[in-house]
Design a protein around this ligand. Sequence first.
Ligand SMILES: CC(C)(COP(=O)(O)OP(=O)(O)OC[C@H]1O[C@@H](n2cnc3c(N)ncnc32)[C@H](O)[C@@H]1OP(=O)(O)O)[C@@H](O)C(=O)NCCC(=O)NCCS
Length: 159
Amino acid sequence: MKDMLVRLLELPDISDLEAKLQTNGVIIRRPIPPEKSFVVDWVFEHFGQYWKNEVETAFSSLPVSCFIAQQGNEILGFACFETSAKNFFGPTGTKESERGKGIGKVLLIKSLEAMREMGYAYAIIGGVGPAAFYESTVGAQVIPGSEISIYQHLIRNKP
Ligand SMILES: CC(C)(COP(=O)(O)OP(=O)(O)OC[C@H]1O[C@@H](n2cnc3c(N)ncnc32)[C@H](O)[C@@H]1OP(=O)(O)O)[C@@H](O)C(=O)NCCC(=O)NCCS
């Protein structure tokens, strides 16, 4: 897994995409502390224990350092930042049945905008899976030598 670097100064405009999602009843916003267990349980159910632990960390700051996509009472996706290291974006995920609709892109860019407002000019996308997603949405580039990362000695579940 490699890390990627993304420039925050010229992020794409997502207002049309966000408006389109809203027309379909999908809103993207920061959750608030009373919702913590709902968000954490949803992330555990869809993406497992590591990401559950990270999203829990997001609720230890105010405002909460994550965004969710919501349709009525259903969570469709989430994105966190500064939950594994300072200046790191991630983890993020969209419910499998909802992928390809622009939810991941809006979650990503709203999170990056929040990081820019924190004072960062660049952000690091930690331990990337789908590099092509980050390249095409925000022009992120792989950081040379980043295979050896903060995740290299993670404690794993015992078999
Ligand atoms: C990666 C992920 C969050 C994308 O969410 P999504 O809601 O499907 O993304 P979007 O619909 O906003 O996609 C935006 C664009 O990225 C492209 N894209 C989405 N996933 C992609 C992928 N895995 N690889 C390459 N391009 C991808 C889409 O085709 C779309 O392109 P377009 O704007 O030209 O139509 C989602 O696939 C996911 O949850 N994957 C599993 C968890 C994961 O790997 N998270 C990232 C950890 S680093």
